[in-house]
Design a protein around this ligand. Structure first.
Ligand code: EPZ
Length: 420
């Protein structure tokens, strides 16, 4: 048996949705917590399968993990640095944050190659470049990495690409290193600031997070602390796009509007009727929308994670839109699913061309990855008839109770078990 999500489309949404804690911050904060020598409490943890996978890895490391609602209490005082070869390690790419955390804490880590969404090649050469610059020896054998450093010494590291993962992993590996580490061309995503905030609350010395130069002065000890996760800017953007697609009036609450400025400015270009508040956005029925051109870039540019959900909306815009993804050139599998529903989309290497408006019809579609899943949900809400979305596990990795949130907004969305 397998589970599908079914959506009966053509209904207008109305009401308020509260955004959960950031998945992409959470999956880094949980490994970072083990750097402390005392318990760390994280608040605002989203209810997603990636968190369950990471908690399973913590338990393998003999870290005590206690969940109370959206609070996670992580106690690393009795942890053991065992090899991470279990299947759960390959369930998500963010397992690789245990490389930086365990290397930083113990000077040694053995871990299987991480998994995650297929968006084209996703190497970790920049992570390894950083670890080696700090004095580690990195070996790849038997489908995993063994990383060892007699001692970790601060170094200057230039990232050829402003990689989110490499920036965070190097920050963690450098927390206890001897002396100063400087990361040049660091990624500037808000999730990096959130991890740096947690490390500094623990007693680390990280400066410049959010800019393209980050320095980390190694310390001797990191204490416990309490940290609340920033709201999920990609979930927020997904719901704002959804509202633009099919809401009479929708309030998206618990957001940091600045984090999705690149999106809201593009939606304004389309003619979407938005009222941007301090920590919320109200979207009202906007009438006909204009086609636009979008090119994804590292933060603060337009987020690659939002080009897939936006494409569902662009099928309804008047005219020809162009989407170019400069981060992941193969992140266009959602276009094939949208074509199946009636969208007019041409796909070429690294970009897509969408001609609208085109009526969408419910069909059987597949969530090929997390944000394709979001795109399918938006298309399903727009379409005439019922849409059946397969491989729903991708969606549950990154969206906390998306069904429940949509039901409260008036959507007809439910799950069914069907024969494999
Ligand atoms: C993070 O992935 C996010 N995941 C992704 O979100 C997001 O799409 C991506 O950043 C870009 O914003 C998490 O935070 C868990 P990168 P990450 O390292 O860190 C290349 C989602 O939907 N690169 O910034 O893996 C890489 O191939 C997920 O929530 C190297 O070449 O992204 C890509 O083209 C999907 N070598 C570009 O850099 C490296 O060593 C950006 O990757 C590392 C990356």
């Amino acid at each position: 048996m397998k589970e599908v999500i079914k959506i009966e489309g053509g209904r207008r949404l109305k009401g308020e949705v509260t955004i959960s804690g950031s998945k992409n911050a959470t999956v880094a904060l949980i490994p970072a917590a083990v750097l402390a020598n005392e318990p760390v409490t994280i608040l605002g943890v989203p209810e997603i399968s990636d968190v369950r996978s990471l908690s399973e890895i913590l338990r393998i490391l003999n870290v005590d993990v206690r969940e109370e609602g959206d609070m996670l209490r992580i106690d690393p005082t009795k942890m053991r640095n065992v090899d991470l070869e279990q299947d759960v390690v390959t369930k998500l790419r963010a397992s690789y944050y245990f490389m930086g955390a365990l290397l930083g804490k113990y000077g040694h880590v053995r871990i299987k190659m991480p998994g995650g969404c297929y968006l084209g090649p996703r190497p970790i050469d920049l992570h390894i470049k950083g670890f080696e610059a700090l004095g580690a020896v990195v070996e790849y054998e038997r489908g995993g990495y063994t990383i060892h450093a007699e001692e970790l010494t601060g170094a200057k590291i230039f990232l050829d690409i402003a990689s989110v993962g490499a920036t965070i992993n190097i920050m963690m590996a450098a927390a206890y290193a001897d002396g100063r580490t400087t990361i040049e061309n660091a990624a500037r995503e808000p999730e990096i600031i959130d991890v740096a905030t947690l490390l500094n609350k623990m007693g680390a010395n990280v400066k410049g997070a959010g800019t393209n130069v980050i320095t980390i002065d190694g310390v001797r000890n990191l204490n416990g602390c309490v940290h609340e996760i920033i709201p999920d800017r990609i979930e927020a953007g997904t719901f704002v796009i959804m509202a633009a697609a099919c809401a009479d009036e929708m309030k998206i609450s618990n957001i940091i509007p600045k984090h999705i400025e690149a999106l809201t400015s593009k939606l304004e270009e389309m003619g979407v009727n938005m009222e941007i508040g301090i920590d919320s956005i109200i979207v009202r029925n906007s009438g006909p929308l204009h086609a636009i051109d979008v090119t994804t870039k590292p933060y603060p540019g337009f987020a690659t994670d939002l080009q897939q959900p936006l494409t569902a909306l662009l099928t309804q815009a008047q005219g020809v839109s162009h989407v170019t993804d400069t981060v992941y050139s193969e992140r266009f599998k959602h276009c094939v699913e949208l074509q199946r529903m009636g969208a007019e989309i041409e796909i070429s290497k690294g970009s897509s061309t969408i001609t609208g408006p085109r009526k969408l019809y419910g069909d059987k579609v597949t969530a090929t990855d997390l944000r394709c899943g979001a795109s399918m949900i938006i298309a399903g809400l727009l379409a005439e008839g019922t849409t059946e979305i397969h491989d729903t596990y991708h969606i549950d990795r990154g969206y906390d109770d998306i069904d429940g949130k949509l039901k409260k907004l008036g959507a007809v969305i439910y799950r069914e078990k069907i024969e494999d």
